[in-house]
Design a protein around this ligand. Sequence first.
Ligand code: AMP
Ligand code: GLY
Length: 425
Amino acid sequence: MKVMVVGGGGREHAIIKKIKESPKVDKIYCLPGNGGIARDAECVDISAEDLDGVVHFAKKNGIEFAVVAPDDPLVMGMVDRLKEVGIPCFGPDKKAAIIEGSKAFSKDLMKKYGIPTAQYETFTEMDKALAYVETCSIPVVVKADGLAKGKGVLICENREDAAAAVRTMMEEKKFGDSGLTVVIEEFLEGPEVSVLSFTDGNILIPMVSSMDHKRALDNDKGLNTGGMGAVAPNPYYTEEIAIQCEQEIFLPTMQAMNKEGRTFAGCLYFGLMITKNGPKVIEYNCRFGDPEAQVVLPLLDSDLFEIMLHVSDCTLEDAEVKFADDSACCVVMATKGYPGDYGKGYPIDIPEDVIGQVYVAGAKKDDSGSLTSSGGRVLNVIARGDTLRDAIDKAYLAVDKITFDDGFYRKDIGQKALNALREEK
Ligand code: AMP
Ligand code: GLY
């Protein structure tokens, strides 16, 4: 089959490498892709957010199946548009993607259906939001309602910061329309776990759990980023917690979306916090997490493309979904300055013996065919190992072989997970 993957980062590279293994896949296009993805798919310079451009390309090139990976095109209704012209897709339609597209929607859904999450209030008027932060308990979390590239969440330690956060969103409109509605919620504490799942609205199959590392610097210091690394499985996600999550969170969410007439088909992502009062939902995403997909998909022993076909046909119960029981680690190499301002066009050299371990997030080929950086997060270096320790060591060995002088990476990816495993013993 002729397949099109919409997106162009490390997550899309991980998806492409996996679906390429399927005997059913003959040809993969990636829109827009990047200089590293070009090794594994034909990249076409059409933006993932250019709905008309993507649909036009798909029709013209006889695309038989589309995978829409990033949040923006999903929330904008890319899947609806492709289905209108008869192209089956992996990814939720616009009605279902709102579960990520609006935090006010997802919080109200959880409240209505009794799904555990932080207490919250939603505001569309700044004066009311400012009055609320005068009295609420502190710390408090101020969230822009809409998509904000992972930056629309501000954890405020005092009332002044909370008021400033409200003003940034509602008055200065730092996050554009995304921040015109704000959700102000209770601050929760506990380890975080990401669980991605396949669902067709009838059944839901959780994937192996994972742990993101959101802060830019070692020991969770520095600014929040799109993710500086990940490991799978996540040791905090014990069997007992998994059962509780399935019963209290995963299935109720799937059923709630059905009841709302917003059946979700695709990858539903649960961002969880394991609090002392049990697991609670921090956020839903309507897609594979990035960089979680880069550690979860390598551990999938089954045919990802077959699973995607089953999700799209609503026959997920017939799919085989098996994960290996070893571990995976992903170290993100980013450009110095990220998540603030950073330059582009810096040289990268990846030796042949580790190229199979690299998913490219933000790099392009220059005229001479060499790879140069083109984004904040540039490379995702992956390894699998029998143990988590093994996977981490192998990933860092590969990182050491890569030349990217203008880059940086965290040295402690997986340490928190290793500490948790030690405590368990
Ligand atoms: P989100 O984009 O909603 O996942 O938030 C980004 C990050 O902010 C999360 O991964 C958490 O580390 C943190 N966060 C979000 N909501 C809360 C909360 N209610 N309590 C504590 N931390 C939070
Ligand atoms: N890693 C979190 C996300 O993909 O939003």
